[in-house]
Write a protein that binds this ligand. Structure first.
Ligand code: C5P
Length: 213
């Protein structure tokens, strides 16, 4: 096993990819970046400054000023911020403004999770996973999470918003959500977090061992 490597994890909203990415980063002792936070940080500023999400230039100007200390705000986790993130993520200048930060983070080996890590940001990553699960199962997970934050929302609304988000992320022209050709698929529909973690470690170890032969 190499001392350091890049693990690119892409996948659908609420698929469990973030939890998995954090656990894998701990297991392999690699730094971890949740790239969704970058888009969420821009989205929060778009909301706070009452900027139109259709104004790509204004959104990109905010994206240029994102710093690591803006990424730990608990408010970034909210449903409206996530929905706004997917709206501003369609603009090529926004994505361009966030690209180098992600590549620099990955330079010495890291775990990154997002939507375009294996296809755009880290095309040469040694290991690529694409994590997903059935929409109803993902919606149930997200519903429980939002209830935990005290949000007043129904399961049906969460499911409808999730399908809308999937379709916007997969249907956009730039860096659409899709598995890289060399990504390994991991469906977490019927897996607990612990089991998904075990399966992912087995997969990663096998890929790394095959590459070192
Ligand atoms: O992963 P998370 O739900 O935090 O991401 C919020 C939104 O940010 C996604 O729905 C997607 O539109 C956008 N995003 C992206 N590329 C990434 C990470 C997130 O377009 N690498």
């Amino acid at each position: 096993m190499p001392a350091s490597f890049t693990l690119a994890i892409d996948g659908t909203f609420a698929s469990g990819k973030g939890t998995l990415a954090g656990k894998l980063a701990g297991h392999y002792r690699l730094p971890y970046l949740d790239t969704g936070k970058l888009y969420r940080a821009v989205a929060k500023q778009v909301i706070d400054n009452d900027i139109s999400p259709d104004d790509g230039a204004a959104c990109a100007a905010l994206a240029q000023n994102i710093t690591p200390d803006t990424l730990n705000d608990i408010a970034l986790k909210s449903g409206p911020v996530g929905a706004m993130a997917s709206k501003i993520a369609v603009h090529p200048p926004v994505r361009a403004a966030l690209l180098q930060f992600q590549r620099d983070f990955a330079a010495k080996g890291a775990v990154l999770d997002g939507r375009d890590i294996g296809t755009v940001i880290c095309r040469d990553a040694q290991v690529k996973l694409f994590v997903t699960a059935e929409p109803e199962i993902r919606a149930e997970r997200r519903y429980k999470e939002l209830k935990g934050y005290g949000e007043d929302i129904s399961f049906e609304t969460v499911l409808a918003q999730l399908k809308e988000r999937d379709s916007r992320d997969s249907g956009r022209d730039i860096a659409p959500l899709k598995p890289a050709e060399d990504a390994h698929l991991l469906d977490t529909s019927n897996l607990s977090i612990e089991r998904a973690f075990e399966v992912a470690i087995t997969l990663c170890d096998a890929i790394l061992a095959a590459k070192s032969d």
